[in-house]
Design a protein around this ligand. Sequence first.
Ligand code: PMP
Length: 440
Amino acid sequence: MRRKDALYLKEKNKSSYELAQRGKQSLIAHYTAGIFSDFIFYDYGKGSKIYDIDGNEYIDCASGLGPLILGHAPDVVTEAAVEAISKGSVHGLGNGYEVKFAELLVECIPEAEVVTFTNSGTEATMHAIKLARACTGKVKIAKFEGHYHGTHEFAQISGRTAKYGPVESPQSVPDYAGIPNFVVDDTITLSMNQTESYDIIRQNKDELAAVIVEPLPIAAPLDYKEFLVGLREVTEECGVLLIFDEVVTGFRLSFGGAREYYNIIPDLSTYGKIIGGGFPVGAIIGKRKFFKPAYFDGFNLGKKSVFITGTFSGNPVTCAAGIATIEYLRDNKYLYEQMSNNVKYICENIEAHAAKIKFPLQTKSCCSIFVPYFFNGEINKPRDTKWTYNIGQYDNFRKYMAKNGVALGDIGIIFLSAAHDKEDCKKIVEAFNKSIDEIY
Ligand code: PMP
């Protein structure tokens, strides 16, 4: 695939280019620190459109990396957030929005008896792991290679990398620096769609507190139902908690998330992204019995208690925006089918064009999510996605898409929103096909 490094669009994106140079002097963000080769700075978004600081319009397919299922600045959410913020953005102790939001989530997620809020998906998976340890009295955690659970130490074991060791029993390898050896030693890495994973859980059941899984790993959005049904049975049999990380899938795969999509009930679930209505959020939900360690005996802190809190956790603005978003989705469930049909239309049309000119492109999709892969070859699990290679190709492709009026996020995953209409989808297909022609 051709790489045109000069395609930075210095003309069209002059202000972004200048800001990028300036940003590099003082800001360490994953984009200024060089993971991706270039980027555009955005000024504002409305509905399905986003506008950069040079005033260019794009159809936005990043959707805030997942949260913006109603598009940018939907009136119903903005109004709720503005009303909350006008009463003060953080109160230090409880606020009514937090209770109302917890009640709403408990009402919408059948197995949920209680909810605890955090500020991010990372915090949610981190605390869920601690809860599982405190509940079971065991230490080790099992996770799947190529599954992303955020940026705490346990999440960065074989999260991005899915290529070490035999596929039946992958090696635990830190994705990045700064991960102590004991974290590597206490993390067992499994492989999706491999029944050997069940045997590994059985062999380690006396030490294993929990298995955490992305029920739909966004690196490879396929149907994993059969494997997950088996995983539920094995974890139950072994007294190991099953944690569904629904940070992406919650209220996205369907209103009931992956648990409803697959009809599988995990022990604990972590949420983020969509439930914050575009504000920072995370949550852990489940049956009250799994939250027993989170109840304190006054100030009698001890090894049996897990302390889950944060200055901004459950803040009124996030909760108000979250309530407005979830209520809107609850009252307009038809939107899920609409988004799903739009994704099918886009994938079919771009794959057909690529096939016609023999350009190596395939897509995998589920509901409102799809991932383009720039190689031929079967994909059955995250290891097959050649993530590092693919993200490199995607990073290049993204520039062509920007030139052709479509903004893609930087992680290789396309999230459609309910704000994308048929006309947007047609333009997305046109931009894909034009970019393919230009790059080929
Ligand atoms: N879990 C999953 C499945 C995610 O996709 C992400 C973020 N992309 C996280 C956890 C971490 O969430 P956050 O970025 O809010 O910390």
